[in-house]
Design a protein around this ligand. Sequence first.
Ligand code: HEC
Length: 421
Amino acid sequence: MAARNNGDGLVVALGLSLWTLLGLQVLIGVLLSTQYSSAIGEAHGSVAAIGRGGFWGFLAGFHYWGSAVTILLAGLNLAVLLWYGRNGWDSRWLWWGAIGIAVIAVMFQMTGNLLPGSAHDVRTAFKEASIASAAPVMGRQLFEATLGGIEVGQSTFDRWYFAHRFAASALLILLAIPCLRAALRLRVSGLWRWAPVAVIVVGAALAVGYGAPHGPTAGAEDFASQAVKPMWYVLPMHALLNISLSVNPSLSWVGAMLLPALGFGSFALVPLLWRKGLPAVFGRLALLAGTAMMVFAVLTYGQQLQSPFSETAMAEGDAEPAGDFGQIDTALAKVGREEFLEAGCLGCHSVGGEGLAVTGPNLGHVGDEHQDPDWFVEKLRDPASKSPGTTMPSFADLGDEKLRALAEYLRSLRASDEPAP
Ligand code: HEC
């Protein structure tokens, strides 16, 4: 039977491709897990060994790129269903399946990203947990539950590996049953059915061409650091995060968590509220708004993103040449300390055992990382100059004198020395 004008062909092509790809990914994941160790001292080395083997290296590459392709197809799938208004009661399992797959694909991606244990992976995990920590009431609990502690450690690997292997897979299997039944009821012409093959060829080509990038192993300085470029798949959340931060620094959770959850949640209600599906105008308007938002996000934040092709680049300005910047001026550092309390830095940072905030890193040893006062002044004036995409606000308004004092206080915070009074 020929495809009717309600998008059956595309819908089936995308659905079949997504389920085939995810099924394949689960299989490859099971294979890779036989070579992988989630022990924190072994994870990075085991992934490096996998990457060296021709066959295993190809599987790792496919696992990496297949995940990217899945997320992109899941977005396209939602867009197509919106366009054709396939979100009424009759199409509910196509629609709920599309939402579920998008959420599960991102869950696989985010949890899997930590497993190779590179510096970039570990910092990304800490950053994600820190964003969750800004949520009201439950923030601190959420932060510690996702990490299994207050920084990335063995329990983080245990938890995320469990979520990756079992929790995400279980959700996928639950979702598969009603969705595949719904998809198999649609009859379409032959050509569309080849879509899964095309998708697999694309994934395989990316795997052969680029492999799975594997950056340097995480060191002590990475386990509680947020200085990292965001990954491409969090771009929409990254944009919402920055917009809500510009309204008010304490609202980061609204953009990064509340709005995405509300968006997907209200999407899921559509078949219950509109038996015949979202009126075509609404659906296409929503699609237009979503597309405009993506274009805006790419144009505004695109250049801050971590490239998916390599994993060497940490946040820029992370390293600084060693040099002698002289003794700490304790009187100036003391003024800086007052300023530190006044400016509200403790709202986001703790210092050693002082303060509970986890949005920014603990600054207790920041003087061991940087001694150049200019570095601190520039950091406070334009935080993104040292860490693209950072959520830390600029303190340029304080003026040079106060920034110099703050810088002196910050460089006095060393593990080796007594901190300034
Ligand atoms: C709204 C939250 C927020 C506030 C308020 C804030 N920061 Fe930050 N800060 C961050 C985040 C997030 C980072 C990590 C990313 C980065 O390096 O920019 C950070 C990073 C830093 C770093 C770099 C740490 C490193 O190890 O590289 C320094 C230094 C710093 N902040 C100092 C301050 C000072 C001083 C104040 C007050 C004047 C302050 N921050 C206020 C969120 C905040």
